[in-house]
Design a protein around this ligand. Structure first.
Ligand SMILES: Cc1ncc(COP(=O)(O)O)c(C=O)c1O
Length: 420
C-alpha cells in the first residue's frame, strides 16, 4: 500500500483518527498511568500488549466458577474447563490463516518450539543443518543449539547463521534463498523469526518455504513478532510448523499461553515422533486412563498437560477483539500508522535517527540514534512515553493498530523533537 503523507500537524493526525474505523477499539484497553495518574503513551506492544478490559471479566468468571463448582468446573459453568482451549481455536485459525485442526493454544513459546523441534528436526548423518538468523532471539538460539547437541551434533557445525552483508543491517531475501541452495541436501530445517525481534524485518514466507522444500528441508517459523502483527496464511504458504507467544501483539498478559501450528499434511503422519502427554490423547477415551497413547488427529495431539484456564481466559478476551477487527483491517491500519511514524521522524529529526527497519515489516520500527542514544530513551521515559531500549543504541517503538492512534504517534515524535 502507498501512503503519501505531507502534513505533520496535530490537526492532520486528529483527522486520520476520526476517519479510522478501528479507533473505537482503543477504548477496550487499559492504558498504563504514571505516578500522578496521567495516562502514558504506550509503544511497547511488541514486548507486552495492553490489557483488554474484558480480560479481568473473563478471568473473574473462571475464579468464580472455581469457587462455585470446584472440580466440577471442568464440566459445569458457562465455559467448562475440559474444553476451554477450544474457545480459542477458530480465532487462532483466522489469526494465522490456518485450518482449525492446525492450531492450538498450549504451553509457552520456547516449550512449543522444543516440542515441534522434536517432531520436525530429525537429523541424519548427512542432513543435519539448521538455518537460523544471526541476530535471533537468544532463547531460539539456545533451543536449536541444545537440539543439535541432543542429537549428537556440535552446534557450531549444525547451526548455520544467516548474516547480513558486511556493512548492512538487514538480511537480503535473495541471500536467504542462496544460502538455502548452498546448504542443499545437508539442510534439515529452516527456522526463522518473522518479524525479526531486533530489526523488525519481515521475510517473504512463501519463497522461503518454496526454497526450503525444494532442497528437501522442512521450514518452521517463530511468530513471536508475527502473530497478530502480520497478515498470515500459514496453511496456504505450506509452512511445516510455527509457534508464537500471546503476551506481545496478542495481549494475553505476562507469561500468557502460547500458540502452535502444524500443517495438516503432518497431523496424522505416524512416522513423525512426538513427545506425548495425556491432554494430547483421544478426547473420548482420555478419562479411561489407558496405558497406550492414542493421538487426537489434530495439532491438539502435541498438547501435554491440561491448560492454564486463567491464561486462556485473558487470551479469549483479546481474541474477541481481533475477530471484531479482522487481521486484514488491522494490517491495513498498521501499515498506515507505521508509515506515518516514519514520515514524522524523517520530517522532524531525520539527521538524528536511522530507521533500521526496512519497508518489509510489521508495525514495529527499530530506530538507531546517532548521538547519545540513552539520552533519547530517557527523554521519552521522563515524558511518560513507554518504548524499549536495546543496548547499545536501538529504540524499538510500535504503534499497535488495535489500540494506538495517529495522535499517539504525533505526540511521541513531538517529545523526540524536543531533545535537540
Ligand atoms: C523471538 C522470540 N523468541 C523467543 C522468545 C522467548 O519467549 P518465552 O519466554 O515465552 O519462551 C521471545 C520473547 O520475547 C521472542 O521474542
Amino acid at each position: 500500500m502507498n501512503f503519501n503523507f505531507n502534513d505533520d500537524s496535530l490537526a492532520s493526525a486528529q483527522k486520520m483518527d476520526e476517519a479510522d474505523e478501528l479507533n473505537s477499539l482503543r477504548s477496550q484497553f487499559v492504558f498504563p498511568q504514571n505516578s500522578q495518574g496521567k495516562q502514558q503513551l504506550y509503544f511497547a506492544g511488541h514486548s507486552l500488549g495492553l490489557m483488554p478490559k474484558k480480560a479481568k471479566v473473563y478471568v473473574d468468571e473462571e475464579l468464580s466458577a472455581w469457587g462455585k463448582y470446584a472440580v466440577e468446573g471442568h464440566f459445569l459453568g458457562k465455559h467448562p474447563w475440559l474444553s476451554y482451549h477450544e474457545n480459542i481455536t477458530s480465532s487462532f485459525a483466522r489469526l494465522v490463516g490456518a485450518n482449525e485442526s492446525e492450531v492450538v493454544a498450549m504451553n509457552s513459546l520456547t516449550v512449543n518450539l522444543h516440542l515441534l523441534l522434536v517432531s520436525f528436526y530429525r537429523p541424519t548423518q548427512s542432513r543435519f543443518k539448521i538455518l537460523i538468523e544471526n541476530n535471533t532471539f537468544p532463547s531460539d538460539k539456545y533451543a536449536v543449539d541444545s537440539q543439535a547437541l541432543f542429537h549428537g551434533f556440535a552446534p557450531n557445525d549444525a547451526v548455520v547463521e544467516l548474516k547480513p552483508r558486511t556493512g548492512e543491517m538487514i538480511v537480503r531475501q535473495e541471500d536467504i534463498e542462496d544460502q538455502i541452495n548452498k546448504l542443499g541436501d545437508s539442510l534439515a530445517l529452516v527456522l526463522l523469526g518473522n518479524c525479526n525481534y531486533l530489526s523488525g524485518q519481515c521475510f517473504d514466507f512463501n519463497s522461503i518455504v518454496k526454497a526450503g522444500h525444494k532442497v528437501g528441508a522442512l521450514v518452521g517459523f517463530n511468530l513471536a513478532h508475527g502473530a497478530g502483527n502480520l497478515f498470515l496464511t500459514l496453511h496456504d504458504w505450506n509452512i511445516d510448523f510455527a509457534v508464537w507467544c500471546t503476551y506481545k501483539y496478542l495481549n494475553a498478559g505476562p507469561g500468557g499461553i502460547a500458540g502452535a501450528f502444524v500443517h495438516e499434511r503432518h497431523l496424522t503422519n505416524k512416522d513423525i515422533p512426538r513427545f506425548a502427554g495425556w491432554w494430547g490423547h483421544n478426547k473420548s477415551s482420555r478419562f479411561k486412563m489407558g496405558p497406550q497413547f492414542e493421538p487426537i488427529p489434530t495439532v491438539e495431539s502435541w498438547q501435554l498437560s491440561n491448560p492454564p484456564i486463567f491464561q486462556l481466559a485473558s487470551l479469549r478476551a483479546s481474541m474477541e477483539l481481533f475477530d471484531q477487527a479482522t487481521m486484514l483491517k488491522l494490517c491495513q491500519k498498521s501499515q498506515k500508522l507505521t508509515k506515518y511514524f516514519e514520515f514524522l521522524l524523517h520530517k522532524n529529526i531525520e539527521s538524528e535517527v536511522e530507521v533500521i527497519t526496512p519497508s518489509s515489516r510489521g508495525s514495529m520500527l527499530c530506530l538507531r540514534f546517532k548521538n547519545n542514544p540513552k539520552k533519547w530513551a530517557n527523554k521519552l521515559s521522563e515524558n511518560d512515553a513507554i518504548v524499549d531500549f536495546r543496548e547499545p543504541d536501538i529504540i524499538r517503538a510500535t504503534p499497535v493498530a488495535l489500540y494506538n492512534s495517529f495522535v499517539d504517534v504525533f505526540q511521541l515524535v513531538q517529545i523526540l523533537k524536543e531533545v535537540r
